[in-house]
Write a protein that binds this ligand. Structure first.
Ligand code: BGC
Length: 299
């Protein structure tokens, strides 16, 4: 077991992103995919932070039946023979947060961004941080040979956007980092699976496509690393991600001839124009806004 690295929140930290500052998507209403049977306890804005006294806070405990059934990617329930190494790498399971050390309160990890109105793990497999990675693949919007500009006078970027099968929301084609997997491998694998349907390719086609993209995926820029305002979050389990931008500048380049085909957890895929009008899953809109700013593109 390797001791936790206390990774200080960097300039890429979520605290700079609006949606996660105060639990917007993972607060209020019902827990997702429970047929509106599992309500979250109400948490007013000024009571999200744990430091705000809230003696009447009595959230329900909920862990989804498919998680309790013990799939390979999930932890057991906390009990006598499950002793997780919090804030550490436990074998190849990464229980470290990108945002530093989280507290353990009455034996359970405490959500670092405050109250969510529900305890347990909900639909998340791990107690504490659940790690994902998000590839933001961009190119310029072209008409004829010219880059199209938006009302701001700036060039319009497009990114590969998928529609999630679980909730129908449009999103970056990201996914969970497997135990022991490098984030760089997750970024490429998820893009291949969700935006190019590699799971249904012949082995030859898959190898060829992967080879084509491998170099392109080497030159990415980190856009974000940290907590995500994901509606599956609970007081004891939450999503974190690392988002990278992979950008194609060259009109004759790889991305202009890519054959998009949705697969795995994605039910549709498209090139989406980037502007402030987009509405995306979890905190993805914030990541895309950052990419537009970094590339000095229309927003
Ligand atoms: C998704 C990622 C997302 C993460 C956090 C994962 O299920 O695949 O795209 O960033 O959840 O919301």
């Amino acid at each position: 077991m390797i001791a936790a690295r206390n990774i200080a929140a960097s300039s890429k930290s979520l605290s700079k992103l609006s949606s996660v500052r105060m639990h917007i998507k993972c607060r209020g209403g019902f827990y997702p995919r429970t047929d509106d049977k599992v309500p979250r306890a109400e948490v007013p804005d000024d009571k999200v932070e744990w430091s705000a006294p809230f003696p009447d806070y009595t959230p329900k405990q909920y862990t989804a039946p498919h998680i309790l059934a013990g799939p390979v990617y999930a932890d057991p329930d906390i009990g006598s023979d499950f002793r997780p190494c919090w804030n550490a790498l436990e074998g190849n399971i990464n229980r470290c947060s990108h945002e530093g050390t989280y507290s353990i309160v009455e034996g359970l990890p405490r959500n670092m961004h405050g109250r969510t109105g529900i305890t347990g793990r909900g639909a998340l497999g791990r107690w504490g941080p659940n790690h994902a990675a998000d590839p933001i693949v961009t190119r310029w919007k072209i008409a004829g040979n010219l880059v199209v500009k938006g009302e701001t006078g700036k060039p319009i970027l497009q990114f590969v956007c998928i529609q999630r099968r679980d909730c129908g929301d449009w999103a970056i084609p990201g996914g969970m980092v497997d135990p022991g997997e490098q984030v760089s491998a997750t970024l490429l694998r998820e893009f291949l699976e969700e935006a190019l349907n590699s799971l249904e390719m012949t082995e030859d086609d898959k190898n060829r496509t992967e080879k084509k993209l491998k170099d392109f995926f080497k030159a990415g820029e980190e856009v974000y690393r940290g907590y995500v305002d994901d509606r599956r979050n609970t007081d004891n389990a939450w999503m974190e991600t690392v988002a990278y931008n992979f950008h194609e500048n060259d009109q004759g380049g790889l991305l202009y001839s890519l054959n998009l085909h949705a697969g795995d957890d994605a039910q549709a895929v498209k090139w989406q124009d980037i502007s402030s009008q987009i509405n995306l899953y979890a905190s993805h809109r914030d990541f895309i806004q950052k990419v537009a700013e970094n590339q000095n593109a229309h927003w």
